[in-house]
Design a binder for this molecule. Structure first.
Ligand code: BF8
Length: 629
């Protein structure tokens, strides 16, 4: 007898997702949840981190011997070393993803300065000058392009081997920098730390788990204060600093009478151009000629977040919604750049009339239509993409279209600059609110999804629990759509908050959860923590702050978690990474890091308990600062 499928309501908390899971089943489309089930039970050795494939004497997988002692791999590596090496490579993968994204932005700025990217421009000259001055570049009485050229060089240099420390380390409180120097984790060059991580974990190098873990922290710091921060700052300079605006979320943003194009991935370089082309009257006229009302651009994942923050485009969904968006049957094209794009999107798109278009040479998918995107020809290529989508509209089968819910309103697009602006140009009103206890603390939630949890149950549950306790939540990445769907991204959402936070939200007309951008934009969060710590004359680890990723899944999320911890921000995660096969490594992650960095990881799969534990620490930190609990 074949097994009954798990009811959709057990897989996701959202009506739009439940309806599309049911439609996918009717349409014969396999989704992430089907494949997750097929993969059970997972490999225990891998789950514990006790497998090693770093050389060809193996692969090895180690367990307890009959005498109760732990086996070693063929080379002699013990469980602690194997777990630490695997973890180090995991962090290197995440850091490489963010940082290579950051490098792409440097290349775009370089092309602008060389007159080779006519479709792009410097949108925020003020920020260009501000950031350049911070990095020691002379800005007075100089031409914009001359400054930009120097900024390009300074950023490229941060990727290399010649620096003693990264440029943006100047934003880190002095006392924290001393900690990094003491433990030799001061990040020098982004590529250097990533390459050294790969070197250290080659057979026969770093065979001491503590040493490998410290370099993991250094690699992650190079991501946070290097690659990611460069990505964020240069994106702001090229495309503008996010400012709050109204938008909408959920699958209801897909319109039955429009040519729908979803942008997915992380880097705004392609999606900004696609959006600009979709707003071109010539393109709109073409879409209307094809029988549509117009062209609708919707966002998925972090490319969506980038455009949501700067351009207010609506968000169709987060990570586990990406396949389901196509299942609506109303999507003409999904245009992707890189990261977090399920390879299955090609197969799901093939079940409908949807064109799946890849644009990055480093992220090609068998079966997709590939347009090798080039900044020199960006606008023309974006037009070509729009024309493909319009052509696909003619192939749409309206009888297969089902848009399950109405869209929900949001206010999104906060940034440190927007926050300061809102506060009248100074952090003081925020600090006063923290001091008087209206805002008891701040938690940044990085919202991946993972089918190990009921989709978004933890993300939304945790955010609601925290705001009830007067803890302001900053949302980055995939929690954005979740928070939006839950009504937490509008000022009225503060009805769900505690009295203090509610008062502040009413006074400033802001939501209790502030959208702070994409995952790369967690650099805004650490920067903000640095600004607050400097303003109070304390270390970041003294602040009543948390990071959290309840439903994390990616290497990038672990890199973010580790750079937050190494910066002094404790981090909650819903499931452990693959380290639990080593008691030593697990103890370091949960406790030992606290002794070094003044912050560590908390693993707690229950969001109510997680919120309580986070609150406990916030109380302690407030008391240590001489504030009421
Ligand atoms: O970088 S939140 S699922 S889309 S990893 Fe991926 Fe996680 Fe989403 Fe953005 Ni971040």
């Amino acid at each position: 007898m074949s097994k009954q499928p798990t009811p959709a309501k057990d897989l996701t908390i959202w009506e739009d997702a439940q309806k599309m899971i049911e439609k996918a089943r009717r349409d014969g489309v396999e989704t992430v949840w089907d494949r997750f089930e097929q993969q059970q039970p997972g490999c225990k050795f891998c789950e514990l981190g006790l497998t090693c494939k770093n050389c060809n004497m193996g692969p090895c997988r180690i367990s307890l011997k009959e005498d109760g002692k732990m086996q070693r791999g063929v080379c002699g590596a013990d469980g602690d070393v194997i777990v630490a090496r695997n973890f180090g490579r995991f962090v290197a993968g995440g850091s490489a993803g963010h940082s290579d994204h950051g490098r792409d932005l440097i290349e775009v700025l370089e092309a602008i300065t060389e007159g080779e990217a006519h479709d792009y421009k410097i949108s925020d000259e003020d920020k260009l000058r501000r950031v350049s001055a911070e990095l020691g570049i002379s800005v007075d009485n100089r031409e914009t392009m001359a400054i930009a050229k120097d900024l390009v060089e300074a950023c490229f240099a941060d990727f290399g081997s010649r620096r003693k420390e990264l440029g943006f380390v100047s934003r880190v409180p002095e006392v924290r920098r001393e900690i990094w120097k003491k433990y030799k984790v001061m990040p020098r060059g982004v590529d250097r730390e990533i390459a050294e991580m790969m070197h250290r974990t080659h057979m026969g190098c770093d065979n001491d788990a503590v040493s490998t873990l410290l370099h993991s922290a250094k690699t992650a710091l190079a991501d946070g204060w290097g690659g990611s921060m460069i990505g964020t700052e240069l994106s702001d300079i090229i495309f503008g600093v996010p400012t709050p605006s109204r938008s909408q979320v959920n699958l209801g943003v897909i319109k039955a009478d429009m040519v729908n194009i979803l942008v997915h991935g992380h880097n705004p370089v392609v999606s900004e151009m696609v959006l600009a082309a979709a707003r071109n009257p010539e393109m709109i006229a073409q879409a209307q000629k094809a029988g549509a009302e117009g062209i609708n651009i919707g966002g998925l994942c972090c490319t969506g977040n980038e455009l949501l923050g700067r351009q207010g485009i609506p968000m169709a969904g987060n990570h586990l919604m990406t396949e389901l968006a196509i299942v609506t049957g109303a999507v003409e094209a999904v245009v992707v750049d890189y990261q977090c794009i399920m390879p299955s999107m090609v197969q799901v798109a093939a079940c409908y009339h949807t064109k799946f278009i890849t644009t990055a040479d480093k992220a090609q998918f068998t079966g997709a239509t590939h347009i090798s995107f080039n900044t020199a020809t960006a606008a023309d290529q974006a037009k070509e993409i729009i024309e493909m989508a319009i052509a696909a509209y003619a192939l749409r089968d309206q009888s297969r279209v089902e848009i399950p819910v109405a869209a929900v309103d949001t206010i999104t697009g906060f940034s440190n600059e927007a926050l300061l602006n809102m506060l009248g140009g100074s952090l003081d009103p925020l600090l006063d609110a923290v001091k008087e206890g209206s805002i008891r603390g701040v938690a940044a939630i990085v919202g991946c999804n993972n089918p190990k949890f009921q989709h978004d149950s933890q993300n939304v549950g945790l955010a609601k629990e925290l705001i009830k306790k007067d803890i302001l939540v900053l949302a980055t990445g995939c929690i954005t759509t979740a928070a939006g769907k839950a009504g937490l991204l509008v000022p009225e959402g503060s009805e769900m908050a505690g009295p203090g936070l509610k008062k502040i939200c009413s006074a400033l007309k802001i939501p209790p959860v502030l959208h702070f951008g994409s995952c790369v934009d967690n650099s805004r969060v650490i920067h903000l923590c640095g600004l607050i710590a400097n303003a109070l004359g304390v270390d970041i680890s003294d602040l009543p702050v948390w990071g959290s990723s309840p439903e994390w899944y990616s290497e990038k999320a672990v890199a973010i978690g580790l750079y937050c911890v190494a910066s002094g921000i404790p981090v909650h995660i819903g499931t452990p990474p693959q380290i639990t096969g080593s008691k030593l490594v697990t103890d370091i992650a949960l406790n030992g890091l606290e002794n070094i960095f003044g912050a560590a990881f908390l693993v707690e799969p229950d969001y109510v308990k997680a919120a309580e534990k986070m609150d406990e620490r916030i109380k302690l930190k407030r008391l240590s600062l001489g504030l009421s609990a």
